[in-house]
Design a protein around this ligand. Structure first.
Ligand SMILES: [Zn+2]
Length: 287
């Protein structure tokens, strides 16, 4: 397996997978019971709620008949920006299977957390247009494109993106209201009408509207995000349809945010699992 950096045996792989999903100790995903009985290397039985579960049944890999090593390899290929055809040859599965799993990974990627945004951070608000036909108008006048609104936390170097139906000021204001830690944060954007109205509506004290015809310095990092994301889209997928564009945008934002310390398959699985346990009904033992 040339993609995997780690040469490991099957029991080692199982151990890493188990730790990524459950942490130190396996617990029942149905009721949270701490000592389920092991009935096979991958299957468990809970004494308390009398239900069975396997290592994969409570993860994004639920219901898959592929062997565990192939699933991990698929995830690794996805993270290493392999193209669908390369992955298909490497893993030895059909093109449809690869596309299915890549889409599933895309849907489950962790996003930047709101709790990590602080009042002392500097923010940049900008919008961009993805996909569609190349000919014709550019920017805000372009038809049939996906409108993406991005809020970049410049101090953290992370971006939160939204695919929005329009750039109505109420949509912009709702997003800002949710994501900005306070009304006093330093925020930069261009002088687009919706941004100005959102500023007035939310009474943002330190929101600077910059006239793009005169100055670029403050909003340039925002433009950089879009150029990195669009280049990646061209590199990896060449083209994405309008229908799936929101998922691709989400993936590109994830790749941008993880650019300095990229995840491997197990660390990503750990993040997804932690997110999943956070929202589950059971009281998870390791919190
Ligand atoms: Zn149970």
């Amino acid at each position: 397996m040339m993609v995997l950096n780690y040469q490991m045996t099957y029991p080692q792989l199982l151990k890493k997978f188990r730790e990524a999903v459950f942490g130190k100790k396996v617990f029942c995903p149905h009721c949270g019971y701490k000592k389920p009985r092991k009935i096979s290397p991958t299957k468990y039985w809970c004494k308390k709620c009398r239900k069975r579960f396997s290592l994969t049944s409570c993860t994004i890999f639920k219901g898959s008949k592929l062997p565990l090593e192939k699933l991990i390899l698929l995830l690794e290929c996805f993270l290493k920006e392999f193209k669908v055809k390369q992955t298909q040859e490497l893993v030895g599965v059909s093109r449809k299977t690869v596309s299915h799993w890549f889409q599933k990974f895309r849907e489950n990627l962790p996003e930047v957390e709101r709790e990590k945004f602080f009042e002392s951070d500097i923010f940049i608000l900008d919008d961009s247009y993805f996909g569609g036909k190349r000919k014709g108008n550019k920017g805000r006048k372009a038809p049939f494109k996906t409108i993406v609104l991005g809020l970049l936390n410049k101090s953290l170097g992370k971006v939160k993106v939204y695919c929005v139906p329009s750039l109505d000021f109420k949509i912009v204001a709702t997003i800002l209201n949710f994501w900005l830690p306070s009304r006093k944060v330093k925020l930069f954007s261009d002088s687009f009408k919706s941004y100005r109205l959102a500023k007035e509506w939310l009474k943002l004290e330190n929101h600077t509207l910059i006239n793009h015809q005169k100055r670029f310095k403050e909003t340039n990092p925002g433009e950089n995000v879009w150029s990195v994301m669009k280049r990646k889209l061209r590199e990896i997928y060449h083209h994405a349809t309008q229908k799936y564009m929101p998922f691709y945008v989400k993936e590109l934002a994830y790749r941008f945010n993880a650019r300095n310390n990229p995840d491997d398959a197990f660390s990503l699985l750990r993040k997804i699992s932690i997110n999943q346990w956070k929202f589950s009904k059971i009281s998870v033992p390791f919190w």
